[in-house]
Design a protein around this ligand. Sequence first.
Ligand SMILES: [Zn+2]
Length: 99
Amino acid sequence: MGMFDSLIIPCLFCKKEIEEQTKNGPCDLKYYKWDDADLPVWMMETFNDTEIECYHCERTFRIVFNFEVVVRDRRLETVDNLSMLELEQMRKEEEEQGG
Ligand SMILES: [Zn+2]
């Protein structure tokens, strides 16, 4: 039906926002920002360690989510955030190589 959900992430290189669409979730046309406190686990799993190509500057980078699962009252709860440290490191390396 052409339905999907979107993750909004900043490009590591040009800092512009990129929209990545997925049909892995409930597909209710919701937009999530990478640093949303309520970013769902399925969204993190979908894009964890995947290569993203920026459609602004056409450079590619990888995003890694750090999330831990905490079992409480038989329900799964999550604490999550994107590992920007790793991204910064990759960006530095790229800059050094590119001169
Ligand atoms: Zn870019």
